[in-house]
Design a protein around this ligand. Structure first.
Ligand SMILES: C[S@@+](CC[C@H](N)C(=O)[O-])C[C@H]1O[C@@H](n2cnc3c(N)ncnc32)[C@H](O)[C@@H]1O
Length: 590
């Protein structure tokens, strides 16, 4: 193991140096899991000479593997645990469960090749990392994914929590959602703080831990802590024992205790030492890069959209895969992006605008209602035109401009009036382009070349995750039922000869392999086809006996290698994710 780590460290140095003077025509090797040293190795000089700002404080006694070492255990609903243990085998399921509590130790950045290039972004990132004094991060690149750069992070680190020997450690307890964000590199914002030591003043060092839900007597879950709770750093403190292994780092309070609980917003604690150190890319290279996990990047490539095609992204917000698809199409053709939430459609439009992508049309629509059998291709414009009218620039138009802008398309008087009203009133509160999103009445059957169904799911593959017991076996089944209904729509909307890609970010085979089984057994004109690139592992073969009368069927041996399953334990160090690709033959009614 040590040998492997040494090799990886040596390789990573080579990659960093190589990228400093990157020749784009000499591709570099793929970064898979960059196993970092598991604890921060302090050299003698560091240990003997405490940094000046902490001269008055001493580290808490080293407790490797003890209270302060980050070592959470996910709690699962017992039936879900039994189900997943059968699917993966008990030991592997627990390895997955443990991997889910940690973030991936690198960030993948997708370059917007419409606005920039990978070498150009690489140069900017090197600059940025050196400005952020993150020279220990390195950038790498995979020739199979030419528009992607990986920036490494490290962890878990041993954090020496500082306190004055005469006083207990000052502490802050944060909510689970806040802690998951902090593990991914965020700061602690005011609403995320649940409890805080008495007498915390601005500038004080505080140890940060997380409150995880506990079971109640009635079978539910409770946080068992109210916002504003005072901590004394003693065993009688609320949740004192429960915080064992749940410390996520150390920070400096940006406000006093009173300020933290009075303020409505703002940073409460600036993290200074974290158990995981991931470079932050907030608000940098906006429009040029998109921070996206590797399996999502792969999904858009597996769909293989071509310039000029008509693509449907059925559940598109916030638009990560939509924009990846549009860029692969060189912004030529049409990408229809749907989401049922108004605000989320706004997010898609904002992202497309930031990335200067023109071929995306986003609509608020329940994907379950996306098939409009009364429509024939390409009549759908008739429906959309009116609603598109709300997406206009802020400039002051007159009617002639409006007509010019539409370049000969028919505009009804009602639509004209609506546009003029909107132009007079200015943009709405949500969006500089009018504040409203277009609705759609659906699309004609067989009207898309490719359909992506990145389905809403149990999200049991997302990392880091500190609690999983909210999903029950029944709720997992409900996800599966919903996904099958959505898949039926995808089948109706894609043209014969087209492609459907189905993906989820869950490790639940009931939403993955069982969906593929349903698809193949229901629609004999669908064929499961190989994927490129292929980075994930095979799918799960077999079945699960739910009760006397029901068995959940997964894949057959011959199908396992055709899907991609990203396992958080594997060397790719990704979230848990699943991708299946179907070719559509001549359709017959199911
Ligand atoms: C997994 S997320 C999609 C992520 C997105 N594809 C991306 O890569 O950025 C699922 C999305 O489906 C949306 N959604 C859920 N049910 C829907 C429905 N019936 N119709 C349309 N969108 C739906 C949710 O609002 C959510 O934004």
């Amino acid at each position: 193991m040590k040998k492997v780590e040494a090799l990886v460290r040596r390789e990573s140095n080579v990659m960093r140096l190589a990228l400093a003077k990157w020749d784009p025509f000499k591709p570099l090797c793929l970064i898979r899991r960059q196993r970092q040293p598991h604890s921060l190795s302090l050299n003698k000089a560091t240990m003997n000479a405490p940094p000046p700002q902490v001269a008055q404080v001493a580290p808490v006694e080293a407790d490797a593997g003890g209270r302060y070492a980050f070592n959470p255990t996910l709690k699962w609903d017992p039936q879900v645990e039994a189900y997943l243990s059968q699917a993966y085998g008990g030991p592997h399921f627990w390895r997955i469960s443990s991997a889910l509590t940690r973030p991936s130790c690198y960030s993948s950045l997708r370059v917007n090749t419409l606005k920039s290039s990978t070498p150009h972004v690489n140069a900017k990132l090197l600059n940025l990392l050196s400005q952020q004094q993150q020279e220990s991060s390195f950038i790498s690149h995979d020739p199979a994914l030419p528009d992607v750069l990986y920036v490494s992070g490290t962890g878990p680190h041993h954090v020496p929590y500082h306190h004055h020997p005469a006083h207990p450690l000052k502490e802050v307890i944060v909510s689970r959602k806040c802690a998951e964000a902090v593990l991914r590199g965020a700061q602690i914002y005011v609403p995320g703080v649940m409890a805080c030591s008495a007498h915390v003043e601005k500038g004080d060092k505080v140890a940060v831990s997380v409150a995880i839900e506990k079971p109640t007597e009635t079978g539910g879950w409770t946080l068992g802590i109210t916002r504003g709770t005072v901590l004394h750093g003693i065993p009688s403190d609320v949740r004192y024992e429960d915080r064992h292994g749940l410390y996520i780092g150390e920070g400096v309070a940006s406000m006093s205790r009173t300020g933290i609980f009075r303020a409505k917003e703002g940073i409460a604690v600036e993290m200074t030492n974290r158990v995981y150190r991931l470079p932050s890319f907030n608000d940098v290279l906006e429009g040029e890069i998109f921070l996206q996990n590797l399996p999502s990047i792969v999904t858009a490539r597996v769909l293989d959209p071509q310039p000029g095609e008509r693509i449907l992204d059925m559940c598109a917000a916030p638009g990560g895969k939509t924009t990846a698809i549009a860029i692969l199409m060189k912004d030529k053709g049409e990408v229809i992006a749907l989401d049922r939430s108004h605000n989320k459609v706004m997010d898609i439009l904002k992202l497309a605008d930031e990335m200067e992508i023109k071929c995306i049309k986003a609509y608020k629509l329940d994907a379950l209602k996306s098939v409009n059998s009364n429509m024939s291709i390409p009549d759908e414009n008739e429906v959309m035109l009116e609603e598109q009218s709300v997406i206009v620039d802020e400039e002051c138009y007159d009617l002639t401009n409006l007509q010019k802008e539409e370049k000969g398309r028919y505009l009804s008087k009602a639509v004209m009036r609506k546009r003029m009203r909107q132009l007079r009133n200015g943009p709405g509160k949500n969006n500089s382009k009018g504040g409203k999103v277009a609705n759609s009445k659906g699309f004609a059957p067989n009207s898309f070349d490719h359909v992506l169904l990145d389905a809403p799911c149990s999200a049991l593959g997302l990392r880091p995750r500190l609690f999983a017991a909210e999903e029950t076996i029944e709720s997992l089944r409900r996800h599966g039922t919903y996904q099958r209904r959505m898949f039926d729509r995808a089948v109706q909307l894609v043209r014969p000869g087209g492609v459907i890609v189905y993906s989820t970010c869950t490790i639940n085979p009931g939403e993955n392999e069982a969906l593929v089984r349903y698809a193949l057994d229901t629609y004999e004109f669908l064929t499961l086809v190989p994927q490129s690139p292929k980075i994930g592992g095979p799918g799960i073969v077999g079945s699960y006996r739910i009760d006397e009368t029901h068995t959940e069927e997964w894949l057959k041996e011959s199908e396992a290698e055709l899907v991609q399953r990203f396992d958080p334990v594997s060397d790719t160090d990704t979230i848990g994710f699943f991708i299946a690709k179907f070719m559509v033959g001549m359709k017959r009614e199911a």
